[in-house]
Design a protein around this ligand. Sequence first.
Ligand SMILES: Nc1ncnc2c1ncn2[C@@H]1O[C@H](COP(=O)(O)OP(=O)(O)OP(=O)(O)O)[C@@H](O)[C@H]1O
Ligand SMILES: [Mg+2]
Length: 334
Amino acid sequence: MLTLNQLDKVYKTGTFGTSDLHAVRQVSLDVQRGEVVSLIGESGSGKSTIGKMVLHLLDSTGGTITFDGRDVTKLGFRARRDYYRKVQGVFQDPFSSFNPIYKVDRTFETLRQSYFPKVSGGEWRSRLEDALAAVTLEPDDILGKYPHQLSGGQLQRLLIARALLLDIELLVADEVISMLDASTRIDVLNLLGELKGRGLGILFVTHDLSLGNYVSDRVVILYKGRVVERGDTSAVFDDPLHPYTRDLLASVPHLDRTWEEVEAEEAERTRRLAGRCLYHEAAAAQGRSLGEEAASAEGSAPGEVPDGVGLVEYAPGHFVGCFRKAAEAPCPAA
Ligand SMILES: Nc1ncnc2c1ncn2[C@@H]1O[C@H](COP(=O)(O)OP(=O)(O)OP(=O)(O)O)[C@@H](O)[C@H]1O
Ligand SMILES: [Mg+2]
């Protein structure tokens, strides 16, 4: 349904926009109907930038985004409205998604006028009440208020209610759980599960590994704007291949294992992988010539693993990038 291919984003920064900040580097991933794909990475790894490009709130600087085969990187006004009927987002900072001078009921009335002009006021009110009930909000507590009079968690749930009303096909959920307390959190997670059951695709953005593990069918691990590993959630969590994924997983407390067990397991992996890069090994086994790929990628010296080219299918459906991670952990094979 949604496919990102070699998506890139360079921000212009500095006083005169003279410096480049390469926030997203040749990211490829896809989300199908009825599945949750988690985009996991630490703060600043480019998750929200990707989400915003999918939602057409930011222009990409390279690559394509297609939705049902159609390129959505360049949409005209009408096409954009059709797109938003199918694709919506819920953000980390929900306040920015609301018009601060409109009370909530007016915001929803605008939604009716834009998307469902034929639906009567009474019918709309009952749909709205159903949608609010689904996100455990009381209409009377909410509708007559301005956004600043509501909590972050309430605003996030309102955005989900909005998505429900539009009956969308893809939801970009960017740290949606972050503002919710424990009991609401589980309600919203269950709601997302229900939406998935109805065939909705969800791109779930999070820095929280356990949440990613809990909700998703597949995960994409992002490091400094680049995908370093992706695959079925169980494959990635049970057998993390990339050193960065392993570091991430090793840093989460495990309820079912002692610290010593985790340490021993990690030491064993490190020993097994010493001096190896699974990306290079798999590519060689598949007969791919990295030198040629590198030479064809702009700005890369022959023999060097270029950005974005570096993902190979190490095991069925389980992709890994080059172990070159950062200066402190160079790829042993590069
Ligand atoms: N509008 C902008 N202009 C310039 N740089 C930006 C802009 N928005 C984000 N960045 C930079 O791009 C990089 C990626 O930011 P992004 O918000 O996508 O990260 P993130 O993974 O969502 O992080 P977090 O988990 O903290 O939300 C960061 O270095 C950030 O400082
Ligand atoms: Mg973010």
